[in-house]
Design a protein around this ligand. Structure first.
Ligand SMILES: C[S@@+](CC[C@H](N)C(=O)[O-])C[C@H]1O[C@@H](n2cnc3c(N)ncnc32)[C@H](O)[C@@H]1O
Length: 467
């Protein structure tokens, strides 16, 4: 097989089905594209002469190590220290003070970073913990970092990083906890030994299990992992997390991750720019509450806006839209195609640069604003996200994903009224689509899935409204 060879459709589907069954990864354009390269790279090490032979080997359960390598090539391990400032603030100001306060008499803490990739996420939390609790070494700490990628776990255990991993890291933190050697930064032993790394497939049904030592976690982080999972598996994983948490324990999901469906065993807490989930303490009722100084009902109006918009009427962008703004969207240009491929490959920085370039050149291109909004939301930059998404929805008022994402951004900003309006609008734009119809710019997302996600968010908004 050469690099340009294509897999037989039955063989390709066989690989994708296997990967979905065993690891929960639903097939996406990104996966389909990387599958060929992965199969080609692994045939030699597996001693196989054809893709069919490799598939047969995996189906019969042989070489699980190589199957995991294949899966790792289909996911994106992108991560960095102090990722999403709003979530770091919430950990520092809300979550850690809460769990430290409740555990002070036992002096025991359990934390799990699920889907930790190369370790930046758990190490960041370990640093925050050390900052909050200088005597952490005298506590009984269980801190697990787990992933399916053996290579990522190897890097995590080495704990040596390049500059790019620090793009959101306060310089004082880097200087305090890392030592420079050439182009690499080595994490201090004190932080390194706080975290134990292990292999764990979140699609397995084996947790909570005493074997994993994972019952009664005070904090679970699972950010930007379930993006690869089907909606059903994602909710299953959330239910298992809820069971793995101690009463009062916290769950932190990524800003773009699906939220737990209601009714859920978890209650939501809003902190500035982020949502947190929590297993209720005995005797407390499930609720949605605000924590921290959030609550400003609206964000400053977008640039160029003179009058505050009605909740479901996004303001105009700085430039008035062309009459074609909400024309059929199937004839998109090459640079939008390229932008999509950058988004699907998980290269957020390149996607951001490309989206900015397109919005500069063609300010009336809705999808570039949509992508900008999604990327801002990913990084917890809610205000910028709202601004870009309002432009996207104004330029294309029939774009369900743009309205849905705007609804999420409003929810994170604490503006439940506008969130409800944007989500309701998203629901309306979906009305004409059959469940299996792909959503424009959704990377494989279909209308049925988006409808479920919208309803989940609307239920959450409803619950917040009745607080
Ligand atoms: C984008 S990284 C997220 C890293 C980190 N949580 C963050 O947000 O910065 C996604 C990680 O999920 C892991 N992953 C994907 N499917 C998984 C599964 N079924 N079980 C465990 N980890 C999985 C991938 O190997 C990858 O390292």
């Amino acid at each position: 097989m050469t690099a340009s060879a294509t897999l037989e459709p039955t063989v390709r589907d066989g690989f994708l089905r296997l990967v979905e069954e065993r690891f929960g990864l639903r097939s996406s354009r990104h996966q389909a594209r990387h599958l060929e390269e992965a199969v080609q790279a692994l045939q030699g090490p597996a001693g196989c002469t054809s893709p069919e032979h490799l598939l047969a080997l995996f189906v019969t359960g042989m070489r699980p190590d190589l199957l995991e390598q294949l899966v790792a090539r289909l996911t994106v391990g992108e991560t960095h220290f102090f990722r999403v400032g709003a979530q770091m603030d919430a950990l520092r100001k809300v979550v850690l003070p809460d769990i430290l306060g409740r555990r002070i008499s036992q002096r025991r803490l359990s934390i799990w970073s699920a889907g930790c990739s190369t370790g930046e996420e758990p190490y960041t939390v370990a640093i925050l913990l050390r900052e909050a609790l200088p005597s952490v070494d005298q506590w009984g700490l269980t801190f697990l970092g787990t992933d399916i990628s053996g290579d990522a776990l190897h890097t995590a255990r080495e704990a040596s990083y390049g500059d790019w991993s620090f793009r959101d890291t306060p310089e004082t933190m880097r200087q305090r906890y890392f030592t420079r050697e050439g182009l690499r930064w080595h994490l201090s032993d004190a932080v390194k030994r706080m975290v134990v790394f292990d292999h764990w497939n979140l699609a397995d049904e084996m947790y909570p299990s005493p074997g994993l030592g994972n019952q009664g976690f005070d904090l679970i982080l699972c950010r930007n992992v379930t993006i690869y999972f089907s909606a059903e598996l994602t909710q299953q994983v959330y239910r298992r997390f809820a069971q793995s948490l101690a009463p009062g324990g916290w769950l932190v999901l990524g800003p773009s991750d699906a939220i737990p469906e209601l009714p859920t065993d978890l209650e939501v807490r809003m902190a500035p720019g982020t949502m947190l989930w929590r297993r209720p303490l005995p005797g407390s009722h499930l609720s949605a509450q605000l924590v921290g100084p959030l609550g400003q009902p609206t964000l400053p109006p977008a640039a160029g806006t003179r009058v505050a918009p009605a909740p479901d009427a996004p303001p105009p962008p700085a430039v008035a839209p062309a009459p074609t703004a909400s024309a059929p969207r199937n004839g998109h240009s090459q640079d939008i195609e390229h932008l999509r491929s950058l988004v699907y490959s998980g290269d957020g920085t390149a996607a951001m640069l490309q989206a900015v370039r397109i919005t500069n050149e063609r300010p009336l291109e809705p999808e570039a604003h949509l992508v900008l909004g999604m990327l801002h939301l990913d990084e917890g930059k809610v205000e910028q996200a709202v601004e870009s998404l309002r432009r996207a929805t104004f330029l294309d008022s029939h774009h369900p994903l743009a309205h849905f994402t705007l609804g999420r951004a409003y929810l994170l900003s604490g503006d439940h009224v506008r969130a409800g309006a944007a989500l309701t609008h998203a629901r309306r734009t979906l009305a004409v689509l059959a469940d299996d119809q792909p959503i424009e710019a959704g990377g494989g997302l279909v209308a049925g899935e988006l409808r479920v996600a919208i309803d989940t968010h609307l239920a959450l908004v409803g619950r917040m409204g009745t607080r």
